[in-house]
Ligand binder design. Structure first.
Ligand SMILES: Cc1cc2nc3c(=O)[nH]c(=O)nc-3n(C[C@H](O)[C@H](O)[C@H](O)COP(=O)(O)OP(=O)(O)OC[C@H]3O[C@@H](n4cnc5c(N)ncnc54)[C@H](O)[C@@H]3O)c2cc1C
Length: 462
């Protein structure tokens, strides 16, 4: 296993990664992006075991509902890079299970790669979303065939790929890029049906980073985003050679969707579990700020918080149902229930803005204008700021401001804006969750119940 420091050192491997027009020569030493390296290193150290044959529990494959329940909080604790790595490993396991008996050589390669990843304690990011060009046209009908990642050359010992994968969370901070088709492919789309793993420092890989990290020197008024920022990567594959042993799909259009759907499932499980944690945080902030404002006993405030509580409870129920109703693949790997994951993720994402609306409504305008800690330290205005931000003798003005900063940072500033978009798009967008939910829902069962209700058929057996 790697320590945090070994992880830091491993990133100085010649990778080509860019930020705001400049190539980053020393990622761990970068003043802003180096912070993400530090968060990830902390996650390594937390789960480090010095035993020579130890492997990280973060990279394990759950075999049961209990294993899944144990894994989810560990991934939250270890941070985003552990989450995307686990999702990548589970995706390969789930895809391998769904290819059982059909493509033994791919299954063998995926198993060997997972063993390698566990042994070397690497971090893997998920590259699925293509540039896509004109959305109304399939890959083969684009003006630029590179709009979707594709094979441009096939050699005896591997393939050469070209294209770009966009919005890839943490791409510059991992070791490997799990690169898979973004959607189902049809006959004629063989060259775009490619799945493989590419090292971040492979020749031809270039990554452009964007971040919502706070740019302020004093980040005390950014309690959330100063502790949590994982840049997205715009990953370019500029004719990258991939050796055969790292190729898991090459031209078999029928299996392109297997990877996309497997990743979607695990990504949405991660998304749902994050929403569940955050819903409790939103409820807690709403209650605390109502208490600090002196409005906690007012009926319309209580109603809004009750609605937030119902939302938090319902999405937690969906997560628990997804885990306890998990399925186990042919090789013993457990995967969460598709129906509950997708319905839960959709509901959490579609109603997030409504929960934030309640929070903003309850908190008031100080969400945007509360003085920052340095103002309270100023000899001329500090005490006055404290006096006028206070709410009676019981509620200190600086305490009340700190609650406002947490709300602004989480929901109304750079990180909050990032969340609004991410919640809708990550995991394939609301559209994808609608489709998958519908596919796994028992529509025939519902029709049978409706026919029985209308006196047009027998009541279905329970
Ligand atoms: C912060 C963030 C992190 C992300 N992390 C990752 C990651 O780690 N890995 C990864 O692979 N991806 C990641 N994504 C990408 C995410 O999965 C995509 O943003 C999402 O799938 C939508 O794709 P798009 O952005 O290209 O938008 P588009 O595909 O352009 O979608 C925009 C809208 O158009 C609709 N639309 C587009 N094409 C069609 C069509 N043919 N028919 C009907 N409707 C259509 C969509 O449903 C949607 O409503 C991330 C995104 C964000 C914002």
């Amino acid at each position: 296993m790697k320590t945090g420091n070994e992880y830091r050192d491993s990133l100085n491997d010649g990778r080509l990664t860019y930020f705001e027009g400049e190539r980053i020569e020393d990622l761990p030493g970068h003043p802003l992006l180096g912070q993400t390296v530090d968060f990830t290193a902390v996650g390594y150290d937390k789960y480090y075991d010095p035993a020579p044959d130890a492997t990280s529990p973060l990279l394990g494959v759950p075999q049961s509902a209990d294993d899944l329940s144990d894994l989810i909080p560990m991934l939250h604790d270890a941070g985003m890079m552990a989450h995307v790595t686990s999702t990548s490993i589970q995706t390969l396991k789930t895809a391998a299970g769904r290819m059982e008996g059909v493509k033994p050589e791919y299954i063998e390669r995926m198993s060997l790669y997972i063993e390698h990843a566990q042994r070397e304690d690497v971090r893997i990011t998920q590259c699925i979303t293509d540039a896509k060009g004109d959305r109304s046209r399939p890959p083969g009908k684009q003006d630029d065939p590179d709009s979707y990642v594709h094979v441009v050359d096939r050699q005896r010992d591997g393939v050469v790929i070209r294209g770009a994968k966009l919005h890839i969370t943490g791409a510059s901070f991992g070791h490997d890029l799990l690169t898979i088709p973004t959607k189902a492919m049809k006959a004629g789309e063989e060259e775009w049906s490619v799945g493989c793993v590419v090292p971040v420092n492979a020749e031809g890989v270039k990554i452009i980073n964007t971040t919502y990290a706070p740019r302020h020197e004093d980040t005390r008024a950014f309690p959330v985003s100063s502790q949590y920022h994982y840049p997205e990567g715009f990953v370019i594959f500029d004719d990258v050679f991939v050796p055969n042993e790292r190729v898991f799909l090459d031209g078999e259009t029928a299996f392109a969707a297997v990877f996309a759907h497997s990743l979607g499932l695990w990504e949405r499980l991660g998304g749902l579990s994050a929403f569940v944690e955050e819903a409790d945080q939103l409820v807690g902030l709403a209650q605390l700020v109502a208490e600090a404002n002196g409005t906690a006993g007012i009926s319309h405030i209580k109603e809004k918080i009750s609605e937030m509580i119902i939302h938090a409870t319902l999405i937690r129920s969906a997560l628990e149902a997804a885990v306890s109703n998990c399925n186990v693949g042919p090789d013993g790997a457990a995967f969460p229930n598709e129906l509950y994951v997708n319905a839960g993720k959709f509901h959490a994402a579609a109603n997030y803005n409504q929960m934030v609306r309640h929070l903003h409504d309850i908190a008031g305008g100080a969400v945007l204008t509360a003085p920052v800690p340095a103002d309270f330290e100023n000899e001329e205005v500090g005490e006055l700021a404290r006096k006028y931000m206070a709410a009676g003798n019981e509620v200190d003005g600086e305490y009340r401001s700190s609650l406002m900063h947490a709300i602004r940072d989480l929901t109304a500033d750079a990180y909050g804006g990032w969340k609004f978009v991410t919640n809708i798009q990550a995991g394939g967008g609301l559209y994808a969750q609608r489709i998958v939910t519908r596919r796994h829902y028992d529509l025939d069962g519902a029709k049978a119940k409706a026919l029985a209700l209308a006196g047009l058929g027998d009541a279905p057996a329970h």
